[in-house]
Ligand binder design. Sequence first.
Ligand code: ATP
Ligand code: MG
Length: 426
Amino acid sequence: MSKNIQAIRGMHDLLPDQSPRWQFLERTVAQVLKSYGYSEIRMPVVESTDLFKRSIGEVTDIVEKEMYTFEDRNGDSLTLRPEGTAGCVRAALEHGLLHNQTQRLWYFGQMFRHERPQKGRYRQFHQIGVETYGMSGPDIDAELILMTARLWKELGIDGLELQINTLGTPDERVIYRDALIAYFEQFTDRLDEDAQRRLHTNPLRILDTKNPDMAEIVAGAPTLDAYLGDESKQHFDAICTQLDRAGVKYVINPRLVRGLDYYSRTVFEWVTNLLGAQGTVCAGGRYDGLVTQLGGRETPAIGFAMGVERLIAVMEELGRFDELSPPVDAYLVLAGDQAQVIGLGLAEQLRDGIPSLRLMTHCGGGSMKSQFKKADKSGAPIALVLGDQEVESEQIAVKFLRDQRDQEMVAWDDLTEFLTSLQFEA
Ligand code: ATP
Ligand code: MG
């Protein structure tokens, strides 16, 4: 016998009992983003490998070891997107969205990284990303962070910690870089393999290490603040002032650097302690250098990405899905030959009358008992029961499945009004 084919390691099916949670999250996030004037953009899942090499940078975890890269039939090198920012900039450049205008964009979609699968870390995962172009801040930086704070409020997520930092300008980082190299060179024999390799190519990245053995050395490293110019400092202070005014609490973490090369100035992360090591649920920052790096004119940009699986996990921990309404409002039980014949038509009439009604009609016959079992399993609060007797009298029996209320007989003509009065949750 042949072996059953299974899903790829680290890539998960989203099963029907889970999808209402995702839909709730997606709906809520889309609503909040819309309320700030953001528009959705959808990019392909596959891009040229060069796009990611040029934007993310060769000396990064993603490009060095996490990308799903393959050769197309014509020999081109393609890659499943590991993140959305590069593709978003590519699309915006390609369609002229950046010339003399500002943009506030968002997207939702799968990302692919060949990482070691564990809780909160998968090979296919989902991000909701937000990218803005043409605004050099700090007002837009603050708006983005305030918007994330509102997202958590609407999703019912509390207890996240906001960490912020500034990476300064590329010029400021050049001087800092030398200081970092000088510092880490004192410990070359204690640096892990990644750090050794990055010491002269990208020492900032060493600060981002996940290796606990490196924690002590990293903790002693010089921080960037001493190398910041006035403008960078003012930019950062202005954001802090806005957050203070809005009452959004934050921690300044001078060791917060983003894993990607194209960031400048503002970086931030929202972190939870509910998920163990994979605690960052949202990460973002300013990337003024990326558009020119990809061939466009100088364009200020700032954005963030949320890890959807991690947000869902936090909401599950907090019990935020306990109250989600059941997937159907009513289950139509059809008992008897006459009922079978007119049942579907009656259901269509009900849908005409109440477009929002979620009505599941029993299909496949069977005894009343087995139909009621299915009605119960559907989660519907009521069953509509149509037997031959009801057909005769042009009525339907409404049975309340989740509370003690007595069954009611309702005339077909009154059914729309009756069901509307029950006010099912959306
Ligand atoms: P980490 O430090 O956890 O590896 P990262 O710096 O690689 O994260 P980003 O590229 O900034 O992550 O992605 C933004 C968000 O996407 C992360 O904060 C996280 O919530 C989520 N994310 C990143 N990689 C994964 C993954 N492999 N599985 C699930 N979620 C992920
Ligand atoms: Mg990573």
